[in-house]
Design a protein around this ligand. Structure first.
Ligand code: HEC
Length: 128
């Protein structure tokens, strides 16, 4: 009697244990797929941006609207740093991440489409 009840309890425990393992596995799977999708998108955005040949004038206009408040009207720096010769210190990929990532507060993350991002890059290259 006691053996059969302990086997039932064991079976119940195994079931619960499997449920937990399955649940943890499912959560991990979801986390990984979200990470992977984000990663892919980000790369595609960068690839698309780098394939374009932007216009420095358009980029200048964009800069005057979005960036001068912190980087100054001539990009010589204000709250944010001087951006002259920035393209010698950071590569294009790093600049794209800086502008779209929001990784260094107080600088916000900007949602810029690849065409405009490419224009901005061209403008920043023209500052050298
Ligand atoms: C709210 C203020 C603010 C705005 C708006 C802003 N920035 Fe910044 N930016 C900063 C600050 C502050 C830093 C320095 C962050 C750090 O390194 O901690 C920075 C850093 C940078 C850097 C890296 C500089 C370096 O020396 O590493 C780049 C490139 C840059 N900004 C470009 C831009 C562009 C392009 C825009 C417009 C689309 C922009 N920023 C808008 C505040 C701003």
């Amino acid at each position: 009697m006691s053996t059969s009840s302990s086997t039932a309890a064991e079976r119940e425990f195994k079931k619960e244990f499997l449920k937990i393992v399955f649940f943890v596995f499912a959560v991990l799977l979801i986390c990984f797929s979200i990470f992977f999708v984000n990663h892919q998108e980000n790369n595609e955005y960068i690839i698309e941006t780098l394939e374009l040949n932007g216009s420095a004038e358009e980029g200048d206009a964009l800069f005057k609207i979005n960036c001068v408040g912190c980087h100054g009207i001539t990009a010589r720096g204000l709250v944010g740093p001087d951006l002259h010769s920035i393209t010698q210190r950071l590569n294009d990929k790093e600049i794209i991440k800086q502008v779209t990532g929001g990784l260094t507060p107080p600088m916000p993350s900007f949602e810029i489409d690849p065409v405009n991002m490419s224009n901005l890059l061209k403008y920043l290259h023209s500052l050298e």
